[in-house]
Design a protein around this ligand. Structure first.
Ligand code: FAD
Length: 438
């Protein structure tokens, strides 16, 4: 049995960063990834990077075929770069499936070949997989895809159905509508975008509708089937016909086939690996990082898990999940919708003394330069402490500017600082002067 100082299972953001760093410190490190097409992890191959490349390509008026080819070029380049970064750092990279056979022994297999590895520290970074709702016919029907499958299509569907109006569903809705498909989103709640500010969600819906997306809200999908080459989706009211169907109904921690039953690693009620504030599982020196431990599912939270485990292993820091501050997010529809902290409704529900303010993007000088007047900035501040409680930025460049607000919030910088800050002009950031001008 080969032994290592550190063994990482899965090529995710936290794990690969940790592997390279620890190897750089002279540790003997191995990383096991089950699929060579996933070198670099989910983000690079089938999530953030390819989807945003496709979205950007569609906005630049590239055709479906051109956009797909560009996406393949970008992901291949990043895969290669990630592989080189790890092996260049001296990490032993195994392309094999990993499975625990005891608390500290992992069996790796390729076909019938098996090998056992052990390490002082083991880090599980196996990500998440798409939720498969128990809808009759969903699993068996043809032309039905999850977010990975829909990125591999060889031809553009004329009619695309999407089950789920959350971040992933809406990004694909926006993308395919931009590419010219007829898109229908079937959302089971009365509104899209879950916990987003209601006025902003309404505005986002209207822009997506202008781009040709049709919404069926409060939809109860009962059955999926095929008729010839078409996919039929039966709801309680109606039957819809599509050329392809995407189900985007959330992602769950990827713990299947990991052999956890052979260990003392505990799962949470929701099926994630249970960890403490330092991402350590119920087995000492076995950690779980990224989507698999059931926290927020973002590449940057996975990277933040790396910081926690690296600090713990090297004794160079005491940062933990407890200290993690505000986590912003962006839905990459057009224009992008970004959010951090509390919405007005949440501030109200928490009984906080607050003030809120809205500023239409149409009032912003840069919006006229951009020739895109769509959107709205909305902020919520504490009326006594002057701290920022939350912000929703819906407009061009919101994916960048939300990070400024996150920094102000984390550092308890009062909103008056952003109100009086000197910003370059003409930019979208400079509008923080006005939206914080209470
Ligand atoms: C369509 C889509 C779009 C997204 N867009 C964004 C975005 O814009 N921004 C953002 O921050 N986040 C986005 N996300 C979320 C983000 O991709 C994930 O949160 C992030 O990639 C999680 O990384 P991770 O570190 O948990 O591991 P992952 O990157 O998921 O890596 C897990 C790896 O483990 C491997 N593996 C699994 N089981 C085994 C095993 N038994 N043996 C060996 N290897 C194994 C897998 O093949 C995989 O490569 C998106 C997700 C999706 C699906």
């Amino acid at each position: 049995m080969k032994t290592y100082d550190l063994l990482v299972i899965g090529f995710g953001k936290a794990g690969k960063t940790l592997a390279a760093k620890m190897s750089g410190l002279g540790k003997k490190v191995a990383l096991v990834e089950k699929d060579a097409q996933m070198y670099g992890g989910t983000c690079i191959n089938v999530a953030c990077i390819p989807t945003k490349t496709l979205i950007h390509a569609a906005e630049e008026n590239l055709s479906f075929a051109q956009a797909m080819a560009l996406k393949d070029t970008v992901t291949a380049r990043l895969r290669q770069k990630n592989q080189a970064a790890l092996t260049g750092a001296g990490v032993d990279l195994y392309t094999a499936k990993a499975k625990f056979i005891s608390n500290k022994v992992v069996e790796i297999s390729v076909g019938d070949e098996r090998e056992q590895l052990s390490a002082d520290v083991i880090v599980i970074n196996t990500g998440a997989v798409s939720n498969h709702l128990p809808i009759e016919g969903l699993a068996e029907s043809r032309h039905v895809y999850d977010s990975t499958g829909i990125q591999q299509l060889e031809s553009q569907p004329e009619r695309l159905g999407i089950i789920g109006g959350g971040n992933i569903g809406l990004e694909f809705a926006s993308l395919y509508a931009n590419l010219g498909s007829q898109v229908t989103v079937l959302e089971n709640s009365p509104m899209i975008l879950g916990r987003a500010d209601e006025a902003v969600a309404q505005l986002a819906k209207s822009y997506l509708e202008e781009d040709g997306v049709r919404f069926v809200l409060a939809a109860q999908v009962e059955k999926v089937s095929n008729q010839g080459d078409a996919v039929l989706v039966k709801t309680s009211d109606q039957t819809y016909e599509f050329d392809a169907l995407l189900y985007a109904t959330g992602r769950k921690p990827n713990v299947e086939d990991l052999g956890l039953e052979n260990t003392d690693i505990q799962l949470t009620e929701r099926g994630a690996i249970q960890v403490d504030d330092f991402c350590e599982t119920s087995v000492k020196n076995v950690y779980a990082v990224g989507d698999v431990h059931g926290g927020l599912q973002f590449t940057y939270t996975s990277l933040d898990d790396f910081r926690i485990v690296f600090g713990k292993l090297t004794g160079k820091g005491h940062y933990s999940l407890k200290e993690r501050r505000n986590v912003p997010n962006t839905v990459f529809i057009n224009p992008p919708l970004s959010q951090v902290g509390l919405t007005e409704k949440e501030a109200q529900a928490a009984g906080l003394p607050y003030q809120s303010k809205e500023l239409p993007v149409a009032n912003m000088p840069r919006a006229h330069v951009n020739n895109d007047l769509r959107g709205l900035y909305k902020v919520v501040v504490h009326s006594e402490t002057k701290e920022i409680l939350g912000a929703t930025l819906f407009g061009q460049a919101s994916q960048e500017n939300i990070n400024l607000i996150k920094m102000a919030m984390d550092n308890k910088i009062p909103y008056t600082y952003l109100k009086n800050q000197i910003f370059t002009h003409p930019t979208m950031a400079e509008n923080l002067n006005d939206v914080f001008n209470f």
